[in-house]
Design a protein around this ligand. Structure first.
Ligand code: GLA
Length: 384
């Protein structure tokens, strides 16, 4: 018991983005099957998380009870199935009196609910922030559930979800949470992705080993398919290029990687984005150092690089173009601590072609298509 959990950001799949309230045992089991069959599990995804709308609308004898129509054999049976696939099982509750969907929340029931989840062999709890009584201190409510989970007799990852409110960065580590949502809810459109990224550039120092920033579930591969009209949005989702960039950003910014599309119906392009081993390796680097941002001097709104130190001396370098036409990024190595006078350059390995593209000195200049990105691992080499 009490093994340190989530040294690196957790990876998995969550029901909310695509299915919202429309969930049941068959969906969970078939998604667990697909997690294994498609190779997602081998790529590192391990948590299958049931989000909101799984319970009855009222407690029974003070306990949360699953909706029998959705989960006729109860939650322990789901846990057993997921575990039989070598995966881990996540559930959802809320720090307030009710969940965002209007089901009972864990306010004033934290310890009994942690015990219930442990009894069902749950491995992960997402903990939301709706219907928090005004008189209650949010940080204190997360401390309660953190303490309850750490003492419930089972290792359960605590996934806090207070949407970045109430100065969460300043207190979340103290609650014992392994990850924390730092933004409002994502939508399946490019504007939403851009807004989330813009709000999180500069917060990297608060994310680190055992307590990771969570920029919300991925919309990669949704293409406008969701039972939740607000998430699907009217524009029909994003292009594959935008999903590729979205995934690269979440990876290099050290976010949890929780898939939100229907993994039973992924296109080849979606699977390729989600299983890119070089991008995942950047996200899962053992030191979990957040990136800093270098903006293109003559186009700072649209074009920027994120630079993340990796264990062992390499740098992960992502270059991003948020603009609506092809734009240039000229990364001056001076800005990342490598002056020309050092006699050293960077050998750049491209995470999409999975090959080395060459050694560069002083700067690297690339043309980035609209909404696209480049992702490299850079290795310091002598050049004279
Ligand atoms: C909030 C969370 C979402 C999801 C819903 C469920 O909006 O931020 O991720 O869990 O609640 O109702």
């Amino acid at each position: 018991m009490n093994t340190p959990l989530c040294h690196t950001p957790p990876m998995g799949w969550n029901t909310w983005n695509t299915f919202s309230w429309n969930i049941n045992a068959e969906l969970i089991k078939s998604s667990a099957d697909k997690m294994v069959e498609t190779g997602l599990k081998d790529a590192g995804y391990e948590y299958i998380v049931i989000d909101d709308c799984w319970s009855l609308k009222e407690r029974v004898n003070g306990r949360l009870v699953p909706d029998k129509e959705k989960f006729p054999d109860g939650m322990k049976a789901i846990a057993d199935y997921i575990h039989s696939k070598g995966l881990k099982f996540g559930m959802y509750s809320c720090a307030g009196t009710h969940t965002c969907g209007g089901y009972p929340g864990s306010f004033e029931h934290e310890f009994i609910d942690a015990e219930t989840f442990a009894g069902w062999d749950v491995d992960y709890l997402k903990y939301d922030y709706c219907y928090k009584p005004d008189c209650a201190d949010g940080a204190n409510l997360y401390k309660r559930m953190g303490l309850a989970l750490r003492n419930c007799g089972r290792d359960i990852v605590f996934s806090a979800c207070n949407w970045g409110k109430d100065d969460v960065h300043s207190w979340i580590r103290g609650t014992g949470a392994q990850l924390f949502r730092s933004t409002g809810d994502i939508q399946d459109n490019w504007e939403s992705i851009k807004n989330i990224v813009s709000s999180q550039i500069g917060t990297s120092s608060t994310s680190g080993v055992y307590c990771h920033n969570d920029m919300d579930m991925l919309v990669v591969g949704m293409h406008g398919n969701s039972d939740n009209e607000w998430i699907a949005d009217v524009v029909g989702g994003c292009s594959d290029t935008e999903y590729k960039t979205h995934f690269a950003l979440w990876a290099i910014m050290n976010s949890a990687l929780m898939i939100g599309c229907d993994i039973r119906k992924m296109s080849d392009a979606t699977l390729e984005i989600l299983t890119n081993k070089d991008i995942i390796a950047i996200n899962q680097d053992i030191e979990c150092r957040g990136p800093y941002c270098i903006r293109q001097w003559n186009n700072p709104e649209n074009v920027f690089a994120l630079v993340k130190p990796l264990s062992g001396g390499e740098l992960a370098i992502g270059m991003f173009n948020f603009g609506d036409k092809t734009n240039e990024m000229s990364l001056q190595f001076f800005d990342i601590g490598l002056p020309y006078s050092s006699g050293r350059g960077l050998e750049m390995y491209d995470c999409y072609t999975h090959s080395t593209v060459g050694t560069f000195t002083e700067r690297m200049c690339v043309q980035i298509p609209s909404h696209d990105c480049m992702m490299y691992r850079a290795k310091l080499v002598r050049t004279n």
